[in-house]
Design a protein around this ligand. Structure first.
Ligand code: SAH
Ligand code: SF4
Length: 400
């Protein structure tokens, strides 16, 4: 980790690493759909005729009120509460570190059971970015990422596994817990108003869990964040893009970053499997895209690599006919990277060209840099992969 210039009190939680991880003895109900909750209730002997009503109650307590124990669920009979507590928990992922940046951004490091070796834990990060008119939570979909984009820190992480739906919903619940952001907030306002699937991992390589989690997050009898306020960002897993529109219905962001296949192959190696033309066709086919629901094209500004005015021109040409907006992201450097962020002048020129061509082209302000919480910097402690390991992972991803 980069040394932080923050005073110690900006670290609110800091636990020491575990020698041996002891996985939870009982499963958590977090992340279960209504049907799955009904099944669990059946397993503990709740009669079929009662299940629908009990599911409604549980749903309300879990996802609307954010209850942290079965004891809090006072509208559910004591007998059922005791039975539930004997078999299940309402645990979220464990917070091992919480840091607050000097700009108010918060980052949580969460501990999760490892998929295969139960003695070990995995870690994942989640970031809250407060702004004047909204609060955005940047959520992870995988531990690490198999895709190895050359400018992204997450792609260098050794451990990789898919998160479960519960671990994805659990990140939003942790944020609401830590920010005191459940339905009973005194002023009735919410802190977490928007979700972006832009943390660690490629969400469309963990399709089912991401879909199940986002359907829970968007459910208006529970967490209730509308689908228009949820954005899924993908590096371009073409076959799952239209599926995401049909089965999840959230806003779409595409990590484009280059306008020629040759360069995109290098920056986003998945491009070799799904080149720009196919990617843009999937965007044209994305259900529900309209002027009011535009697709965001993310474009990281890399000095001397993809930031010329010729690139800007070709970008505008490529996006013709797509309901698009362009989000320019200043490159966030991380220790060991060979890339540099474009000069501010150049970013402005690039942005102006796109703006004059009729596109909204906000430049994303880097947030939380002092706590390594900015885009593409998320990576847990695990050390960098060797070049050979990276190549092997890349090859694995290509054959998925
Ligand atoms: N895997 C998904 C979502 C997570 S990355 C994807 O690639 O879209 C979220 C965004 O951060 C992507 O647009 C990604 O390309 C960008 N990003 C990665 N590393 C970055 C860095 N070092 N600086 C700026 N943006 C970066
Ligand atoms: Fe994975 Fe996205 Fe990083 Fe590429 S940019 S390595 S797809 S997290």
């Amino acid at each position: 980790m980069q040394p932080t210039t923050e005073p110690r009190d900006a670290i609110l939680v800091e636990k020491t690493p575990l020698e041996t991880y002891v996985p939870p003895a009982k499963p958590s109900l977090i992340g279960l759909s209504r049907t799955e909750l009904a099944d669990r209730l059946g397993e503990i002997g709740v009669a079929p005729a009662q299940r629908k009503m009990r599911v409604q109650q549980l749903w309300h307590w879990l996802y609307f009120r954010g209850a942290q124990s079965f004891d809090d669920m006072t509208s559910i009979s004591k007998g059922i509460r005791a039975e539930l507590a004997q078999h299940f928990t309402v645990d979220r992922p464990e917070v091992v570190a919480e840091q607050i940046s000097n700009d108010g951004t918060r980052k949580w490091l969460l501990r999760l059971p490892s998929g295969d070796n139960l003695q070990k834990a995995h870690e994942v990060e989640c970031v809250y970015i407060p702004e004047t008119d909204r609060g955005t939570l940047c959520v992870s979909s995988q531990v690490g990422c198999t895709l190895n984009c050359s400018f992204c820190h997450t792609g260098t992480q050794r451990l990789v596994r898919n998160l479960t739906a519960g671990e994805i919903v659990g990140q939003i619940m942790v944020a609401r817990d830590r920010l005191n952001d459940w339905a009973d907030r005194e002023d009735g306002t919410r802190r977490v108003t928007n979700i972006v699937m832009m943390g660690m991992g490629e969400p469309l390589y963990n399709f089912d869990a991401v879909r199940d989690a986002l359907l829970i997050v968007g459910d208006n009898e529970g967490i209730g964040i509308s689908r228009r306020r949820i954005t899924l960002s993908t590096s371009g897993v073409v076959p799952n893009i239209v599926r995401a529109g049909e089965e999840i219905g959230v806003m779409l962001a595409i990590s484009l970053h280059a306008v020629r296949d040759e360069l995109r192959n290098e920056l986003v190696p998945l491009n070799r499997k799904y080149p720009i033309k196919e990617l843009l066709q999937a965007c044209r086919d994305y259900p529900g895209a309209s002027n009011a629901r535009r697709i965001t094209f993310e474009y990281v500004m890399l000095k001397g690599v993809n930031d010329s005015l010729d690139d800007a021109k070709l970008l505008v040409k490529l996006l013709k006919g797509i309901h698009a907006k362009i989000n320019l992201i200043p490159f966030n450097p991380w220790p060991g990277t060979a890339y540099e962020c474009s000069d501010w002048d150049q970013i402005e020129k690039f942005s102006e060209y796109i703006f004059n061509a009729g596109y909204s082209s906000p430049v994303r302000t880097p947030r939380g840099r002092d706590i390594l919480a900015a885009c593409g910097q998320l990576k847990s402690e695990t050390e960098k992969l060797s070049a050979r390991e990276r190549q092997a992972l890349r090859a694995m991803a290509m054959t998925d």
